[in-house]
Write a protein that binds this ligand. Structure first.
Ligand code: PEP
Ligand code: MN
Length: 341
């Protein structure tokens, strides 16, 4: 719609869609307003809509994702997680253990991560493990420990939510909700996150394409939540020397196709501590807006993903190198241009 269009004109567009049997919805983005009509097609309909008063243009979206596409919003989206701005031109570092194991372990992690320069704390309370006999997480108790760490160390928390029914309780304790790789196409969960009232960290499915990741993000956005950060965490390939294969080009592709911030998880991408730094730096060089890194006060004692968790000195070294790469690849003064939602 043209800037400053009134409700009357929007209503006329909605009525035209209804006549066609389409259920249209209005999407507002700051001052701009668009009307989406899933299922609309045909040049004749398009030209009829484009002639209605207040309509700037009518065009078919090239792909199945719309709200999250660059076509829909040309500037970069900045996702504000309790004061930490992701996508604003800086490199946000989210770090912590794979799982919350105990109060002591998490407090120690938070202290160390903050000291090394992390902006946010991660830690799973609900763990999606490949084996039902592995440690499954402390669940609600883990959430309470995370809340306490946030209060004590002043760092926003991101933690995974695995089922739609857990969304309210996780949203009560966490600043950002993570959708894990195994749940990327759990559409019931994605829809539930539409009304979670918290930003979402959406991890790429280990066997999902870039387009499927963006379609998953579209589920959340179309359900009402546009504060989404995408995460490239490695995909399954024939290669076994690393746990997964970091699709570093996907960072550039996602930034091209979507206005959403993109971060890289070098820990699950490589699965081995000694390769994490290389993958992290590659992600930052490719244009990632941040990193999600597993680090543990004593990785050899970790109950989950110890082999890929960095020790505190390794994490400190990674943070220092990330700053140098970020400075080298980012033109001075390049901040987000799209603004916050
Ligand atoms: C995690 O971040 O701890 C995790 C389980 O990651 P993924 O869903 O990418 O495997
Ligand atoms: Mn993990």
């Amino acid at each position: 719609m043209k800037p400053g269009t009134g409700l009357k004109e929007i209503g006329m567009v909605l009525a035209a869609a209804e006549l066609e049997g389409l259920s249209a919805y209005v999407v507002r983005d700051g001052d701009s307003v668009a009307v989406c009509m899933p299922g609309a097609c045909g040049a004749e309909f398009e030209s009829r809509i484009s002639r209605l008063p207040g309509v700037e243009s009518a065009a078919a979206f090239a792909r199945g994702f719309k709200i999250v596409s660059r076509e829909f919003r040309s500037g970069n989206t900045v996702v504000n997680v309790s004061g930490v701005r992701i996508g604003d031109g800086g490199t946000v570092i989210i770090a912590g253990p794979c799982a919350v194991e105990s109060r002591e372990q998490l407090m120690r992690s938070a202290e160390l991560m903050r000291e090394c320069g992390a902006h946010m704390l991660r830690g799973g309370a609900y763990k999606p493990r490949s084996s039902p006999y592995s440690f499954q997480g402390l669940k609600e108790e883990g959430l309470r420990i995370l809340s306490e760490a946030r209060e004590r160390f002043g760092m926003p928390i991101v933690t995974e939510v695995m089922s739609p029914s857990d969304v309210p309780i996780v949203a009560e304790h966490a600043d950002m909700l993570q959708v894990g790789s195994r749940n990327m196409q759990n559409t019931a969960l994605l829809e539930a996150l539409g009304s979670a009232g918290r930003p979402v960290l959406l991890k790429r499915g280990m066997m999902s394409t870039v387009e499927e990741l963006l379609l998953a993000a579209e589920y959340i956005a179309s359900a009402g939540n546009r504060s989404i950060v995408l995460c490239e965490r490695g995909i399954r390939t024939f290669e076994h020397v690393t746990r997964n294969t970091l699709d570093v080009a996907a960072v550039a592709v996602l930034k091209d196709l979507s206005h959403l911030p993109v971060i890289v998880d070098p820990s699950h991408a490589t699965g081995r501590r000694k390769y994490v730094k290389a993958a992290a730096l590659a992600g930052v060089a490719a244009g990632a807006d941040g990193l999600l890194v597993e680090a543990h006060p004593s990785p050899e004692d970790a109950l989950c993903d110890g082999e890929q968790s960095l020790s505190p000195p390794e994490f400190a070294d990674l943070c220092a190198s990330v700053q140098r790469v970020a400075e080298a690849v980012r033109p001075a003064g390049s901040r987000g241009v799209g603004g916050e939602l």
